[in-house]
Design a protein around this ligand. Structure first.
Ligand code: AMP
Ligand code: MG
Length: 294
């Protein structure tokens, strides 16, 4: 767990190699084979997990600043995090605690709820394409185009042949994003049905959380197995070499947050961003300033 040197002190930071640990194995997807209680790649407990997250903060901001600097000097790179999961799986918690490590100014967060009549009049990707991150930005999708093959499939919101068409359309869309300089990180926050019941009950118990509860959450929960099956199809058909899916065990909130933060860090590292070379002569500008004694 010691992989980064900060200020000459070796500290525990993030989960090394998290991508390989959470990537789907090739072949049919079986979510039942992934333990939602698991903590792959991390042997410590909650306290250690929180410390390992905190220890990532400086590097996360430095990587983000390099990304912004790259765009400032004409680069095209950008990052997109796609968050999916059942109600209460912790998408909001990830935004708050993992994405919260970044400077808010360079982050663009978009939540996708049920489409408006205007959105429904367009292709399902129309509202999504408008919200993809600009060069230098970190984009976050709290739910995404995947809803159109998840709730869309489970509740038959479109004809079967249209649902069928969407998997390929998603892969083509994500391919275009990648060709355009985007690193796409897709995370399924994987919780158990028992854990969801506890979390929904907690929302009812606490007057400060009741606003997050909707009776439809219980309707969706009744379709748990159908959602599970729809997720398995989506993950199998849309986990591509250019935009792989990660299944993040999410019953333990601290692990979920640490794992997603680690995936984001590794995605930014993979860009091999360099501080841009100035297009002016540093020494000449220094001399000008030193000669100016106003
Ligand atoms: P929440 O994320 O809990 O605020 O809820 C958003 C709701 O919008 C969820 O029930 C989603 O399933 C629903 N939703 C998101 N995208 C779509 C979509 N494309 N079609 C239908 N429902 C959607
Ligand atoms: Mg909800």
């Amino acid at each position: 767990m010691t992989d980064t040197t900060v200020d000459d002190a070796t500290v525990t930071t993030g989960i090394p190699g998290v991508g390989e640990l959470l990537a789907l194995p090739p072949g049919p997807v079986d979510l039942g084979a992934v333990d939602p209680e698991g903590t792959p790649g991390f042997t410590g407990g909650k306290r250690d997990g929180k410390a390992a997250l905190e220890a990532m903060a400086d590097e996360m901001v430095e990587l983000q600043t390099k990304l912004a600097a790259d765009a400032y000097t004409g680069g095209h790179r950008r990052l997109l995090l796609v968050l999916q999961g059942m109600d209460t799986s912790g998408k909001g918690g990830v935004v708050k605690h993992a994405v919260g490590l970044f400077d808010a100014g360079g982050v663009r967060i978009r939540s996708f709820g049920a489409p408006t009549p205007e959105e429904l009049a367009h292709d399902f990707l129309w509202r999504i394409e408008r919200e993809t991150p600009q060069a230098g930005q970190i984009g976050i999708f709290d739910r995404s185009h995947y809803e159109d093959v998840l709730i869309g499939r489970v509740r038959s919101l479109a004809p079967p042949e249209e649902i069928e068409r969407r998997y390929g359309a998603i892969n083509d869309f994500e391919r275009r994003l990648v060709d355009d300089g985007t690193v796409v990180v897709k995370c399924l926050l994987h919780i158990s049905a028992d854990e969801q019941r506890e979390r929904l009950l907690a929302r009812l118990d606490d007057p400060r959380k009741r606003w997050k509860f909707r009776p439809e959450d219980v309707d969706d929960r009744a379709l748990w197995d159908d959602y599970r099956a729809a997720y398995e199809v989506a993950l199998e058909r849309c986990s591509t070499e250019w935009a792989p899916w990660y299944v993040v065990p999410s019953n333990r909130k601290w692990y979920r947050t640490l794992a997603v933060a680690s995936l984001l860090r590794d995605a930014l590292r993979s860009m091999e961003l360099r501080w841009p070379e100035p297009d002016y002569d540093v020494e000449e500008q220094r001399r000008r300033l030193e000669a100016d004694d106003r």
